[in-house]
Design a protein around this ligand. Structure first.
Ligand code: CMP
Length: 139
């Protein structure tokens, strides 16, 4: 059995477009329990560090600028098989390829401004959760 925790951000595009409530509703409907939640804004340094793994990619600068451009919602979510089930719920990175009914299909603007982040492994879920939240903020 995979882990029970994943980490998500509702990205600046979806926050600016007024989709926080609808996206949290889809997450709750899918059976995820919210363990931590906040509206916050990444600094350029935060975004560089969070996406360090993509530093050599051609879109890194654009990604950092976008992710630090406006507020985001950060959350820690709990469910059995959380990482995989959440990635299914959000759909493919490029909304043009995302399945009908997925969060990215419904709310994302483009591959770069793709509405939500979801951790790609149990290990990264814990790293990402502790990047954004102190232990006492996770319930
Ligand atoms: P995510 O999977 O949450 O984390 C890495 C992000 O990089 C990804 O979402 C996209 O927002 C972004 N990304 C991936 N591929 C591209 C691309 N070809 N052009 C711009 N941004 C991208």
């Amino acid at each position: 059995m995979s882990g029970k925790i994943t980490f998500t951000m509702i990205k600046p595009d979806a926050v600016a477009d007024g989709h926080i409530g609808a996206i949290l509703g889809k997450i709750a409907e899918a059976g995820f329990k919210i363990k931590a939640l906040k509206l916050t804004q990444l600094t350029v340094a935060d975004a560089k560090k969070f996406y360090e793994v993509h530093a050599e990619r051609p879109f890194y600068g654009e990604l950092v600028d976008f992710m630090s451009s406006n507020p985001i919602v950060a959350a820690v979510l709990e469910k059995d098989n959380a990482v995989e089930d959440f990635r299914t719920l959000i759909g493919a990175t490029n909304p043009a390829d995302a399945a009908e009914g997925t969060i990215r299909k419904m709310f994302a603007r483009s591959i770069g401004e793709n509405a939500v982040h979801g951790s790609d492994s149990d290990e990264n879920a814990l790293i990402e959760a502790s990047f954004h939240f102190a232990g006492k903020e996770i319930f």
